[in-house]
Write a protein that binds this ligand. Structure first.
Ligand code: NOJ
Length: 568
């Protein structure tokens, strides 16, 4: 039998009404500049999203999260925001935004927007004012300006490196230096400044008033800093524990900021939600996810894990525990706009590790640097494992965050010519890191290459490979074995079977096989190994690949429904 589905429950009918909505939501991340281009300028836009609301509805998601769509010079894909309370004119207008929200809401889809508080763009009016106003000015105090550390001021205040490589300080014309944790064009804000705090409260209200349901908080761990001099060196920084007092990262006092944000969120009905992008020690994640703070935090452990039963089980156990500790629900992510797409990751033999043996988010980097030639990509095997991992994830309690194009099974695009690359990680590492452009290539909507595979009339801002034809929405829509069909069926079933936020593990006697049961009897069995596994039932509802009777083939997931959903 191939992918099958036996539920008769309609898409929007939920077995259990999850309240509040976000706790077990499926949130679909849209990278707006690469989703759909209505204007024909080669850049995706807000009207492009509005034109696809029925596609999103049919997919069966609960919410969209929009990566930044604000005015930006695109030094970092829009994460360099020039104006937090407007739409980039290349992407549309505020009215277009309002229309998009209305159309999504009309289909029961919530809207989450990205908020980028750690840094602005160097084009932001505040930074331009700071440059013009000069040293010692109030305008400079909104950012982190320092004198150089030698008598001439020619040496940067510290030897810190930016996250994209290269120095974290840049000198301005009058000789002062400013801090940028990321690209030069992304000056860090000074969160000790009341005006900065108030301005973001206003931005949260601005979007909440326009119907936005929640916020994804960029670099949530980075806002507050202790820059008491003398500044530690890069080597000294490495020795400072991440215990809430680190000068740059995950400081306890950042939660004073989020407590104020919470007041704003709770002044709306229903309260606005937030999810933290917080790269912090596990034990500190609940601080971000607490109901007094942002309310939910990303867990990136699955996207760093190998396709391996032991690793997946550990990740699930640990994160359900953390979610309990915070009072929040867990989040699960296999792909996003910062990492190699998961069919490609799972098709590469050697998972990347940091020098200390920890999993790395750079999985696939070696393959990308070789322009997709080495190591050899197991294209089909990667997809098989991706389908199995996706069904495993979608069965878990908590919310799942999907990244646009994963529902098509898109692989990473490796062969982007250097002259087309956009990611600052590429420019700042002198090509040692080719960056994240390969997961940001505009989506293929049609099988014909004309109009950029249906993306829009213009030349797509990142080139699409020929193989996109096979992965287009058009090609996959009526194909029962496609990724799109699998995602659609899984999301309908998930909605119909949703239950309390819990699971129990069912022993399998096989270290390669994980089996869990949700409180209402919904069961998920994943065989991570190569050999088939005998199951004790054959009334499967949905599978990630072909199965025969009770035999679950290698690298395959099967779902079994709760007792009531077996009745035709
Ligand atoms: C995290 C975002 O996900 C990434 O895309 C961005 O480059 C950095 N934050 C800086 O804003």
């Amino acid at each position: 039998m191939s992918v099958i589905e036996k539920s008769s429950t309609s898409q929007n009918e939920s077995a259990v009404d999850p309240a509040p909505w976000w706790r077990q939501a499926v949130v679909y991340q849209i990278y707006p500049r690469s989703f759909a281009d209505a204007s024909g300028d080669g850049l995706g836009d807000i009207p492009g999203i509005t034109a696809k609301v029925d596609y999103l509805h049919t997919l069966g998601i609960d919410a969209v999260w929009l990566s930044p769509f604000y005015p930006s010079e695109l030094a970092d894909g829009g994460y360099d925001v020039a104006d937090y309370r407007d739409v980039d004119p290349r992407l549309g207008t505020l009215d277009d935004f309002t229309e998009m929200v209305g159309e999504l809401h009309a289909r029961g889809i919530k809207v989450v927007v990205d908020i980028v508080p750690n840094h602005t763009s160097d084009q932001h009016v505040w930074f331009q004012e700071a440059l013009a106003a000069g040293r010692g000015s109030a305008a400079r105090d909104r950012f982190i300006f320092r004198e150089g550390k030698d008598p001439d001021g020619a040496v940067a205040p510290s030897d810190w490196e930016s996250m994209f490589g290269g120095p974290a300080w840049t000198q301005v014309a009058d000789g002062q230096w400013y801090l940028h944790t990321f690209a030069t064009e992304q000056p860090d804000l000074n969160w000790a400044h009341r005006e900065v705090r108030d301005d973001f409260l206003e931005t949260l209200r601005f979007w909440s008033d326009r119907g936005v349901d929640g916020f994804r908080v960029d670099v949530a761990h980075g806002l507050t800093k202790d820059l008491t001099e003398p500044l530690p060196s890069r080597e000294e920084l490495k020795l400072i524990p991440f215990d809430g007092n680190h000068p740059l990262v995950d400081r306890d006092d950042v939660h004073e900021v989020y407590a104020e944000w919470r007041q704003v969120f709770n002044s709306y009905e229903p309260p606005r939600t937030a999810v933290a992008e917080a790269w912090v020690n596990k034990s500190r994640v609940p601080l971000y996810a607490s109901p007094e703070g942002l309310g939910q935090a990303f867990n990136f452990d699955l996207l760093q894990a190998d396709f391996d039963a032991g690793q997946f089980e550990t990740v699930v156990r640990e994160n359900l525990e953390l979610a309990r500790a915070s009072g929040s629900s867990s989040t699960w992510v296999l792909s996003n706009h910062d990492v190699t797409r998961h069919p490609t990751r799972y098709g590469l033999p050697h998972p990347a590790r940091e020098p200390n043996g920890e999993p790395s988010v750079k999985h696939g980097l070696e393959w990308i640097i070789s322009r997709g030639t080495s190591p050899e990509l197991d294209w089909v095997g990667g997809e098989r494992r991706a389908r199995a991992a996706t069904l495993f994830m979608l069965g878990l309690p908590g919310s799942s965050y999907l990244y646009q194009g994963e529902e098509l099974g898109l692989h990473e695009v490796a062969d982007i010519p250097d002259e087309d690359r956009q990611d600052p990680a590429f420019f700042r590492s002198a090509g040692a890191d080719l960056g994240r452009d390969g997961c940001r290539v505009p989506l293929p909507w049609t099988s014909s290459a004309s109009s950029a595979f249906g993306f829009g009339e213009g030349v797509a801002h990142l080139p699409q490979p020929d193989w996109f034809a096979r992965y287009s929405v058009e090609a996959e829509t009526d194909d029962p074995s496609s990724f799109l069909t699998l995602y659609r069926r899984a999301l309908v079933l998930r909605r119909s079977m949703q239950t309390d936020e819990d699971l129990e593990w069912v022993p399998t006697g096989n270290p390669d096989v994980l089996h869990f049961r949700r409180p209402n009897g919904w069961e998920v069995v994943t065989n991570f190994g190569p050999e088939p596994h005998q199951m004790d039932r054959d009334d499967v509802l949905l599978t990630s690949g072909e199965i025969t009777s009770r035999e679950l083939p290698g690298e395959t997931t099967a779902w079994f429904g709760p007792a009531e959903s077996k009745t035709p």
